[in-house]
Design a protein around this ligand. Structure first.
Ligand code: HEM
Length: 486
C-alpha cells in the first residue's frame, strides 16, 4: 500500500537505509559538528551579524575555476575564508557557500516561499523547460511532486527489483574479460533501461522502429555529447537563461522529436487506466480545476525524469567501483559478504552510503532566501543565493574523521544523518528518485560483486570531471575483469 505524500516527505535523507541494529560497529568513524545557529531572522538582527567574506578573485576567474575545478575551488574557499564564504559568479546575488549541517537543516526545513530552490535558475532550465517538477517552484512544484510521489515510493519501486536484476545480468554477460572496460557507459545502459521501463512501461529494451527505441538512442547520444568541451562552454553560456540557443537547441530537437512521438502515440491508447507506467499516470492526471497536462508540460516532466533518473545513478555506481578497486579491504569485505551471503545487505548498504558520501554525483545544490538569513556568525540579505556544498559537508573532519578515506565501516550499524549525509538533497525538494536509485545500486552492486573479480586499469584514482550539474569519474571508471563467475 502506498504511503501518503506527507508521510513520505517526512522520512528524511536516511529513509532508504536499513534500521539501526546494535549500534555502530566503529563509533569513532562518525562524529558531530558543533552547533551553529541558522535560519530566518529580523532585519535588526542582520545588522548585528558579520558580513560573509568573498573569494578575492575577479568574477570571470571565479566562474571559470568553479565550473572547471569545483573541488579545489570550494576546499580552498573553506580553508582560507571559513565555513561560510561568498563567490561571485554567473548566478546573481551570491552565491554564499556553506557546509554546516545546521545551516543545511535551516534551508531544508524552511517554508518553501522563504527559500525556493535554485534549480529554476540552473543550467538545466533551458534543457528541461519551466514545467517540470525539478525546475518549477511554488504551488506548481508541489502539485507535480504530489502527483509523482506514489509511483516513486519505496514500495512501488520494490516491484522493479527483478527487472533491474535482469537488466544487470544481461549487461554483465556481454562484458569482455581481461581488457579495460569503462563502467560508466555500461551502468548507464542498465539505468536507462530501468527508467524507460518505469516511465514508458517498456519491458526490456524497446523494439527497433518504435518511438521509444528512437528516444533511447537520442538520449544516449545526447549524454555522450555532453562530455565534449564545446558542451561545457554551451552550458556556461546558458546559466540563468530561460531558452536554449545554438547547438543546445539543435541537440534538444533531436530528443524532442521521438519524445513527442511517444506522447502522441500514448494519447491514442485505450487501456490507459489499466497501465501503471508514469506516462499513463500523467496523461490521466487533472489539476484541481480539471485541466490535463498539455504536450509541452508532459515533455518537460518526462525529459526531467529520463535525464535526472539514469545518469546520476549510473555514475554513482561507476564511482562505487572506482573507489572499491582502489581500496582492497572494503572491496574484499564486500565480495566476501555477498558470495558467502553473510551480512551481505548491510555491507552493500554501507558501501553505497560511503560511496555517495565520498563521491556525491551532485556536489552542490541551492536555495534563494527571500528574507534575511543567519548562517552561524554571518548574516545574509534577502535575495541571496545560498549553495550547500554537499562535497564539503561530506568532507568535514568533525563529522567524518579521516574524510578522504573510503571506509564503508562508518555506516555499519549506523544510519547516515539527515543533514550530514545529503547526496539526495532534502526537505520538499529531496530527490524524488532516491528509493529507485538506492534499489538500482543495491541490485547492480550485489550482482557485480557476486559475478566479477575486478581490478583497476591503473593504480591512480580517477579525477572528478564536472558535467552539467554532475561530478563524474573522468575516465568513466575503467576496470579490468580478471574473472567472471556464473
Ligand atoms: C544516485 C542517483 C541520484 C542522485 C545522487 C540524485 C540527487 C538529487 C539531488 C541532489 C536533487 C536535488 C535535491 C535538492 O535540491 O534538495 C535531486 C532532485 C531530483 N531527482 Fe534525483 N538523484 C538521483 C537519482 C534520481 C532518479 C533515479 C530519479 C528518477 C526519476 C531522480 C529524479 C529527481 C527529481 C525529479 C528531482 C527534483 C525533485 C524536486 O525538486 O522536488 N533522481 N536528485
Amino acid at each position: 500500500m502506498a504511503t501518503s505524500p506527507t508521510a513520505t516527505e517526512s522520512r528524511g535523507a536516511a529513509a532508504d537505509a536499513p534500521p539501526e541494529a546494535e549500534g555502530p560497529l566503529f563509533p569513532e568513524l562518525v562524529g558531530a559538528a558543533p552547533p551553529s545557529p541558522a535560519g530566518p531572522i529580523e532585519a535588526a538582527e542582520l545588522a548585528t551579524l558579520a558580513t560573509v567574506p568573498t573569494v578575492p578573485l575577479p568574477k570571470v576567474a571565479q566562474t571559470l575555476r568553479f565550473s572547471m575545478r569545483q573541488i579545489e575551488f570550494v576546499f580552498k574557499g573553506r580553508r582560507e575564508l571559513g565555513e561560510v564564504f561568498r563567490m561571485r559568479g554567473v548566478i546573481p546575488g551570491g552565491p554564499v557557500i556553506t557546509s554546516h549541517p545546521d545551516h543545511v537543516r535551516s534551508l531544508f526545513t524552511a517554508k518553501p516561499e522563504q527559500a525556493p530552490s535554485l534549480t529554476g535558475e540552473s543550467p538545466l532550465r533551458p534543457i528541461l523547460g519551466p514545467n517540470s517538477v525539478l525546475t518549477a517552484v511554488g504551488p506548481r512544484h508541489m502539485r507535480q511532486r504530489k502527483l509523482l510521489l506514489p509511483p516513486f515510493h519505496g514500495e512501488a519501486i520494490a516491484q522493479y527489483t527483478a527487472m533491474i536484476a535482469d537488466a544487470a545480468e544481461r549487461e554483465i554477460d556481454r562484458w569482455p574479460v581481461g581488457e579495460p572496460l569503462a563502467l560508466a557507459p555500461r551502468m548507464q545502459a542498465i539505468t536507462l533501461d530501468v527508467i524507460m521501463a518505469g516511465i514508458f512501461g517498456v519491458e526490456g529494451r524497446p523494439a527497433p522502429g518504435t518511438p521509444e527505441a528512437a528516444l533511447r538512442t537520442a538520449v544516449r547520444k545526447t549524454v555522450a555529447a555532453s562530455t565534449w568541451p564545446t558542451s561545457q562552454l554551451t552550458e556556461l553560456l546558458h546559466v540563468g537563461r530561460e531558452e536554449a540557443m545554438g547547438p543546445l537547441k539543435f541537440g534538444l530537437a533531436m530528443l524532442d522529436r521521438p519524445l513527442y512521438a511517444v506522447i502522441r502515440q500514448r494519447r491514442r491508447a485505450t487501456d490507459l487506466d489499466a497501465r501503471r507506467d508514469i506516462l499513463s499516470i500523467l496523461l490521466q492526471a487533472r489539476t484541481e480545476e480539471g485541466e490535463a497536462l498539455d504536450d509541452k508540460e508532459l515533455r518537460d516532466e518526462l525529459l526531467t525524469l529520463v535525464l535526472a533518473g539514469h545518469e546520476t545513478t549510473a555514475n554513482s555506481l561507476a564511482w562505487a567501483w572506482e573507489r572499491l578497486v582502489r581500496n582492497p579491504e572494503p572491496h574484499a569485505a564486500l565480495v566476501e559478504a555477498v558470495r558467502r551471503d553473510e551480512d551481505a545487505e548491510e555491507r552493500v548498504e554501507a558501501t553505497i552510503v560511503e560511496t555517495m558520501r565520498s563521491r556525491p554525483v551532485i556536489p552542490i545544490i541551492g536555495r534563494r532566501v527571500q528574507v534575511p538569513w543567519r548562517l552561524g556568525d554571518h548574516g545574509v540579505e534577502p535575495g541571496t543565493a545560498i549553495a550547500m556544498s554537499i562535497l564539503l559537508v561530506h568532507h568535514r573532519e568533525d563529522v567524518y574523521p579521516d574524510p578522504f578515506a573510503f571506509r564503508p565501516e562508518r555506516f555499519l550499524g549506523r544510519k547516515p544523518g539527515t543533514y550530514e549525509w545529503i547526496p539526495f538533497g532534502g526537505g520538499i525538494r529531496r530527490c524524488l528518485g532516491a528509493a529507485l536509485a538506492m534499489a538500482e545500486q543495491r541490485v547492480v552492486l550485489t550482482a557485480m560483486a557476486r559475478r566479477l573479480d575486478l581490478l583497476p586499469d591503473r593504480p591512480a584514482p580517477e579525477r572528478a570531471m564536472h558535467r552539467n550539474v554532475t561530478m563524474i569519474p573522468a575516465r568513466g571508471a575503467r576496470v579490468v575483469i580478471a574473472a567472471k563467475h556464473d
